[in-house]
Design a protein around this ligand. Structure first.
Ligand code: FAD
Ligand code: UDP
Length: 365
């Protein structure tokens, strides 16, 4: 008899498994329907020996010392500051929009103070910042919105920014200085030997058994367990009782090229051209030295594996129904990006899992 059955071996499931096994001395079975641990953060060496992220670029960043120190038990780190260029009007320009973006795009030579005035003169006043359009247009005005955000968002989500919550484009700040880092968090680093190795370290404990290539539905009645932790899509757990919660999917096209470097930055965004949103060159992220290089293209899809919850009011309303049902389901704990329908980064999922662990063990006193 297992104390806990944990469905999903991504961050949510693996953190809880690790804590339950090591700290609470519980017997845990963690399963995944994929052939590997790590969830969407899974990385591996491809046929050419290049370390790649199967499900798109994953860059670790957090302001939480607790989360960083927790993960540091399972990996060493490689310091890494992420940078992204956007291909706009035939130029490669820094995104988040900063001083250099504006000077290069418009052929100007403004300083920080002047660029602030420039943006103020372009910004459209909005009473409430309700949508993803409001957030951007109220900060940088229509032209920059159209060039950098509108089409990228339509492509990525299949929705206009005016149909998405403010929180989506608010992920990307605007700067009037020359800082061209994608994130400004206190801790920014990549696991030195990759994410998968880190997960293997987390799950390496006599109290933890790992079972791959198996769906929860195939074993729920066969494997005795006292409690369940579910990290898959919450609507699927309840057999879509209230209807399907929309999740946005992606198709990843991986490519290895017979040259050392392919592009000018770790990630290049293509807001206005092509069917893909961005191209990532993994060697920048991993620091690997290799004669060849590997890239991935991301093609947004309506159907396929669920990757993103879609933040907009009608989906939040539908999720509230599932949330209430989840709360009323005794002995089952819902954790993670898919199970709590939250557009969370890795560090937020780790924090959520650590909190859930404390709640699970606290409940017993
Ligand atoms: P997941 O990683 O999705 O794990 C859930 C697991 O459950 C999956 O492996 C799934 O196979 C399994 N599962 C589901 N249902 C079942 C079932 N019925 N039976 C068995 N197994 C099941 N975050 C960052 O911090 N930085 C980034 O740079 C970043 N980049 C991203 C890029 C992309 C393209 C995507 C999609 C996400 C990115 N994220 C990033 C977010 C990050 O992937 C998530 O925050 C994190 O991986 C979520 O962990 P999780 O455990 O909640 O979910
Ligand atoms: N976005 C955009 N243009 C860009 C970068 C981002 O319009 O060049 C918008 C888009 O809606 C995207 C959101 O901002 O989905 C969040 O971007 P982020 O890079 O955080 O997305 P993720 O890495 O989670 O896919």
């Amino acid at each position: 008899m297992f104390d806990f059955l944990i469905v999903g071996a991504g961050f949510a499931g693996s953190v809880i498994a690790e804590r339950l096994a090591r700290v609470a001395d519980k017997k845990v079975l963690i399963i995944d329907r994929r052939s590997h641990v790590g969830g969407n953060a899974y990385d591996h060496y491809n046929d050419d020996g290049l370390l790649v992220h199967r499900y798109g670029p994953h860059i670790f960043h957090t302001n939480s010392r607790e989360v960083f120190e927790y993960l540091s038990q399972f990996t060493e780190w490689r310091q890494y500051q992420h940078r992204v260029l956007a291909c706009v009007d035939g130029m490669l320009l820094p995104i988040p929009i900063n001083l250099d973006t504006i000077n290069k795009l418009y052929g100007l030579n403004l300083n920080s103070f002047e660029v602030e005035k420039f943006l103020e003169s372009k910004a459209e006043k909005r009473e409430h910042l309700r949508t993803s359009e409001d957030v951007v247009v109220s900060k940088v005005g229509r032209d920059l919105y159209e060039k950098f955000f509108r089409n990228y968002t339509r492509k990525q989500w299949g929705l206009d920014p005016s149909e998405l919550d403010a929180s989506v484009t608010a992920r990307v700040p605007t700067r009037t200085n020359r800082d061209d880092r994608y994130f400004t968090d206190t801790y920014q680093a990549m696991p030195k030997h990759g994410f998968t190795r880190m997960f293997e370290q987390m799950l390496d404990h006599p109290n933890i058994k790992v079972m791959l290539n198996v769906d929860y539905r195939e074993i729920e009645r066969v494997i005795p367990h006292r409690e369940l932790v579910f990290t898959g899509p919450v609507d699927e757990y309840f057999d879509f009782r209230f209807g399907k919660l929309p999740y946005r999917s992606l198709e990843f096209k991986h490519e290895t090229l017979d040259r050392e470097v392919q592009q000018a930055a770790p990630v290049v965004n293509y807001p206005n051209d092509f069917l893909y949103t961005r191209v990532t060159e993994f060697k920048y992220l991993t620091g690997q030295e290799h004669r060849k290089t590997s890239v991935v293209y991301e093609f947004p899809r309506a159907e396929g594996d669920p990757y993103y919850p879609v933040p907009r009011p009608e989906n939040a309303e539908l999720y509230q129904k599932y949330k209430a049902l989840a709360a009323a389901t005794k002995g089952v704990h819902f954790v993670g990006r898919l199970a709590t329908y939250k557009y969370y980064n890795m560090d937020q999922v780790v924090a959520q899992a650590l909190t859930t662990f404390k709640k699970i063990t606290g409940e017993r006193g």
